[in-house]
Design a protein around this ligand. Structure first.
Ligand SMILES: [Ca+2]
Length: 350
């Protein structure tokens, strides 16, 4: 039985094509119309509707933040880091700076930070925009909507930027749930003032994003723009529905390795409240659940959870990038999902 499982796995490990990679939607230009099609294409890539402020992880769809609550009459809104104002949409924001600002009265486009910013920024969704303060770096971490205690992951993230003048400075960095850099890309430039840029990246081979790092321009807000200095603000955030990663681990974790001998694929599932009713395992975009069920053996109980182990010949992993995602469903309709990205440098020793 186990041998059959390993033989079947040999077929899918070798047959799987290379990592499908990211799906990139990007655009830049003088106004909202210049990026609207890219924004809409990214929403379509994520699939489903906008889940708004609905508590709990929904099946499919996305979340959005346009910063426009309170409308044109709202005053400047300041938040500390971590910023949990949008915890009900499953995202919390961190910065090494002093906090965050959502623009508002007396000057809706951040002009109160520096009078020289008059005419520099534009909103994609009017009237309010967003920035970290005293830093041009921030991070978005994901959790179950309405519950910051349960970490989660998404299938994609995108943001609107305004005044991206300098190439390669403004960037998005996507990290796996276990903390490895999955993908990085610069936001496209639109020369001139009050321009808009959009970058949205989703993943279609099972990759998951536990954290996104955002770099806006090359100086913190408040400084003057001068030769070589580029101040960039943000508008709409759009991201896939956060699904819990809690208590779910895959070993080997995301890493680069040279695989030579036999290795154990180990799935760890922490304690759960309701019976496990479904499971799905995806390798490089292919459903390999049936194959793995023929190989996985229950292992040691760990603090109320359980591990499953499948011994594999290491030579089966072909060189290149590979993604393994595990998703579990429970009788209380909750889900857990996580994924690793393995970069195999070679399958033979010199
Ligand atoms: Ca807005």
């Amino acid at each position: 039985m186990r041998l059959q499982g390993v033989m079947a796995m040999a077929a899918w490990l070798v047959a799987s094509s290379a990592w499908a990679g990211p799906v990139v939607r990007e655009a830049a230009g003088a106004n909202a119309a210049a990026i609207q099609a890219a924004v809409d294409a990214f929403r379509a890539d994520l699939g489903g509707g906008n889940n708004g402020n609905t508590a709990g992880s929904q099946f499919g769809g996305r979340r959005e933040i346009n910063w426009d609550g309170g409308g044109a009459g709202a005053n400047v809104t300041l938040d500390p880091s971590p910023m949990t104002r949008f915890a009900n949409r499953g995202a919390t924001f961190l910065t090494p700076g002093s906090g965050f600002e959502i623009s508002g009265q007396p000057s809706p486009l951040l002009v109160e930070l520096n009078p020289a910013y008059a005419g520099l920024f534009a909103a994609f969704s009017a009237p309010r925009i967003f920035t970290p303060l005293d830093s041009n770096v921030m991070t978005s971490v994901f959790h179950i909507p309405g519950n910051t205690a349960v970490p989660a992951a998404v299938t994609g993230f995108g943001a609107v930027f305004t005044n991206v003048d300098v190439a390669n400075a403004t960037r998005l960095r996507f990290y796996t749930p276990d903390g490895t850099l999955l993908y990085e890309r610069a936001v496209p430039v639109a020369t001139g003032d009050a321009t808009l840029s959009f970058l949205g990246v989703s993943f279609n081979a099972g990759e998951l994003v536990g954290r996104v790092e955002i770099v806006t321009g090359n100086v913190a807000m408040g400084l003057n723009e001068k030769t070589g200095a580029n101040v960039v603000a943000m508008d709409d955030f759009i991201y896939g529905e956060p699904v819990a990663t809690e208590g779910l681990t895959i070993a080997p974790s995301s890493t680069r390795f040279i695989r030579t001998g036999q290795f154990d694929l180990v799935l760890g599932i922490g304690p759960w409240a309701a019976p496990l009713v479904s499971g799905r395992i995806v390798y490089d975009g292919l459903d390999v659940t049936a194959t793995l069920l023929g190989c996985l053996r229950p292992g040691t109980l760990t603090g109320g959870g359980v591990t499953f182990r499948c011994p594999l010949p290491g030579a089966l992993l072909s060189p290149g990038d590979h993604v393994l995602q595990v998703e579990l469903g429970f009788a209380d309709a909750s889900r857990r999902r996580t994924a690793v990205r393995w970069t195999v440098l070679g399958n033979t020793e010199p």
